[in-house]
Design a protein around this ligand. Structure first.
Ligand SMILES: C[S@@+](CC[C@H](N)C(=O)[O-])C[C@H]1O[C@@H](n2cnc3c(N)ncnc32)[C@H](O)[C@@H]1O
Length: 726
């Protein structure tokens, strides 16, 4: 039986002229995910996934201490064996890459691979602004009815569990709670989203002021660096925070490198990644991107004005942030040129005007600096040289114009041939210059009223009314998304924050997935999306939704200015050669359907449910080889060594020396000496990675500490059960 075509109706306007509509992406599919609450019944477990930094490396070699040498030898052997010139060239390129300087930091060289748990995503909430609005309307009529938050709930929970990750469902946009590494791995391993994402926007913490990067409360935007009251209490956040910062810049770079590698896996061959960063670590992060994406795939560094103007810098004020833009493959990059209005007001080159009746004259100095003084429909123009930089052999002739003969100056030529000059004259594009000394070309502003956007975005206004402490300017996201995607494409942000990427993607009819490890920003993003309203851009093919593209038209306002999406790009060459004039499409100006309020399409809130990892007793940890990578206790000891000053309640400050593992211990994890006021031995236990410190652990540790005459026992954790606290 032929498949029924699902028709997406054109939006209907109501009598009052307003109706709430949303775009849908139902033609795109997505694998079903199970509902939350059914974790125990979910049987399709997958093993953790190991990612290697260099996929060409033989897995066995990565165990070798001197992996680089081994790798080089393997590559040389490959060259010696191969008869394929292309392969030999590739291998040689890799060898050359190895001899290049690279950025190194603690743990980098040894860490050639990392393993990520492969966890499913569970659906927590299905939401649709449109469904909520419709429910509220019908609820007003029938008060018995329960309110629906989601439009098309087709499957029940058990069905979803049985069909999870097996069956497809219609696309919905996704807000996902979890660590970006784990979530991206889940998208790759459970859903096969590798190669499907068109653009990734990543706005990680900038790697400075390690304490002030996470906003702990929805209504607190004035987060200060190092203030205890600003510390988050969410376990996931504590973990993300620790993984990112515990060794300062060293762990920050590792954190980013791992995530960038997964970003690359997710990107479509024509896809892009943007990393937003401050000037402090711009150079390091660029090195990381070079390493992961290849320096040949660097596209641009954009400098953009950041919100607000900091005052009181000792030297030059910092007013800019940066975007590092890399392509998955620069040769195949999807790129839509953006344009800005050409602003020539005040530019004395544009010193003439053509009035609507065709009369041409010089502008007054006042008119040059203020174009609003020009009559409606007037076009500024300038007289442009008609000689090219080199010599055009077919442009060496005398040309008659309005009863006078003109020749190019000695050693120069006309830009075009005789026929070209005749066409320029017929089109009214020639004008005598300097009292008839020579001829010039009439270059009108209306010929090409826009100019391509470049990598300096100094025009961004300071964003007002931000809801999140580190919220990105909407205009930045708009430019990135419009430059690198088409309507219907998939956009990912692994650092959701207040959801600016999702908001802009929604506004421009792109599909989106966004991830954050903290509930606070996700709650802000959820609210922002559910309450957002947008213009309804006319769809070229409503049956396909936004993926069919928007409608673009050429339009002028009463002043004769181009206000539509299609603008002319007339050149001397096109007139001289009698070619149809070129046009540019301004993708940021699709046709708007008036009278329709657009709301966000359906979205789901999902989360990873981490598998709990119990903290091992001290003895068990000691029994096995403790490496920094696998052993959380060693990591905590290392953290203490690096910052041995503890700030306790009541303004007490304790400085520690000789922090180490106890020689023999049952439950204690570390010991140290408290320097002041008199030296005393103290002991430590560290709480588990994924849960609170429990009573039993504290009790046994306290007994052991007491028996061994430690003066104090410090219990370190991000949450503590009431019994344990007592
Ligand atoms: C600088 S903010 C992003 C702000 C965002 N561009 C906006 O406009 O609101 C960085 C976000 O990344 C999140 N984050 C940090 N580490 C993370 C991780 N490992 N996984 C997921 N999210 C993380 C933080 O919770 C924070 O909300």
């Amino acid at each position: 039986m032929p498949k029924k075509e699902r028709k997406t109706a054109q939006p209907k306007k109501t009598k009052d002229g307003k109706s709430a509509q949303a775009y849908d992406h139902k033609k795109e599919k997505l694998l079903l995910r199970p509902d939350v609450g059914l974790q125990p019944q979910f049987k399709q477990k997958k093993p953790p996934k190991t990612y290697r930094y260099d996929p060409s490396l033989d897995p066995a070699l990565s165990w070798d201490v001197n992996a680089d040498r081994e790798r080089a030898e393997a590559l040389i052997a490959k060259i010696e064996k191969t008869k394929d010139v292309a392969e030999a060239k590739l291998v040689a390129a890799e060898l050359r890459q190895m001899s290049r300087p690279f950025l190194n930091w603690a743990g980098n060289a040894e860490r050639r691979e990392f393993t990520v748990p492969t966890l499913p995503l569970f659906v927590h909430e299905r939401l649709s602004t449109q469904a909520i609005l419709q429910s509220v309307k019908s609820h007003k009529r029938d008060r018995q009815q329960t309110l629906a938050l989601f439009a098309d709930e087709e499957l029940d929970t058990t069905d979803r569990l049985l069909k999870a990750y097996q069956h497809e469902t219609d696309w919905v946009n996704r807000l996902i709670l979890g660590d970006s590494l784990v979530v991206m791995n889940s998208l790759l391993q459970y859903e096969g989203l590798g190669g499907k994402v068109q653009v990734i926007y990543m706005d990680p913490p900038y790697g400075v002021k390690f304490g002030s990067n996470f906003q702990p409360f929805i209504r607190r935007r004035d987060v200060k660096h190092g203030d205890d009251a600003d510390l988050t209490r969410e376990p996931e956040m504590v973990q993300a925070y620790r993984d990112t910062w515990e060794l300062g810049l060293h762990s920050y770079l590792t954190y980013l490198r791992d995530r960038l590698l997964l970003c690359r896996e997710l990107l479509h061959p024509s896809g892009s990644v943007f990393v937003q960063i401050g000037d402090e670590n711009l150079h390091h992060v660029r090195e990381l991107l070079d390493e992961i994406f290849g320096s040949q795939n660097h596209v641009a560094i954009v400098t953009f004005r950041k919100k607000g103007m900091p005052l009181g810098a000792q030297y030059l004020e910092g007013t800019a942030d940066f975007l590092l833009w890399y392509a998955r493959d620069r040769v195949r990059l999807k790129y839509r040129q953006l344009f800005q209005k050409k602003d020539v007001q005040g530019d004395s080159h544009w010193d003439r005007v053509e009035l609507p009746d065709g009369v041409r004259r010089k502008m007054t100095p006042e008119e040059i600096s203020d174009h609003s003084l020009l009559p409606a429909g007037a076009t500024p123009y300038q007289l442009h040289q008609l000689y090219p930089a080199g010599v055009n052999p077919s442009g060496l002739f005398e040309f008659g114009f309005e009863g006078k003969r003109y020749s190019p100056p000695p050693g120069r030529s006309w830009k075009t041939n005789v026929n070209g000059m005749r066409r320029l004259a017929a089109a009214g594009r020639l004008e005598p210059y300097k009292g008839g000394e020579t001829l010039r070309y009439v270059l009108k502003l209306s010929d090409y009223p826009v100019t391509p956007l470049n990598n300096l975005w100094a025009d961004l206004a300071a964003a007002a009314d931000t809801i999140y402490v580190v919220q990105t300017n909407v205009e930045v996201l708009k430019r990135c998304i419009l430059m690198t995607t088409d309507p219907g494409d998939l956009v990912l942000d692994p650092t959701c924050g207040s959801g600016t990427t999702a908001y802009v993607a929604e506004q421009w009819g792109r599909r989106w997935i966004t991830i954050d490890t903290s509930r606070v920003p996700l709650a802000l993003a959820r609210q922002r999306l559910l309450t957002a309203t947008f213009q309804y851009y006319e769809l070229r093919d409503p049956t396909r939704g936004p993926a069919g593209g928007f409608v673009y038209k050429q339009k002028q306002n009463q002043k004769g200015e181009e206000v539509g999406a299609i603008v002319p790009h007339i050149t001397l060459k096109s007139i001289a050669q009698n070619e149809p004039p070129q046009e540019e499409v301004l993708v940021n100006r699709p046709e708007v359907e008036s009278g329709i309020v657009r709301v966000s399409g359906p979205l789901v809130v999902e989360a990873t449910i981490p598998t709990a990892i119990e903290v091992e007793p001290a003895k068990a940890v000691k029994d096995r080889e403790a490496t920094y990578e696998v052993d959380p206790i060693s990591r905590m000891i290392e953290v203490l060594r690096r910052s041995p000053t503890l700030r306790l309640a009541g303004n007490q400050v304790v400085t520690l020396k000789n922090i180490r593992r106890p020689a023999k211990a049952l439950d204690l994890h570390a010991e140290a000496e408290m320097a002041e006021p008199t030296p005393k031995p103290v002991a430590f236990i560290f709480g588990p990675e994924h849960g609170p410190v429990i009573e039993q652990v504290v009790l046994s540790a306290a007994k052991e500490a007491h028996l061994k005459n430690y003066a104090h026992l410090f219990v370190v954790g991000f949450a503590i059960q009431p019994g344990a606290s007592k």
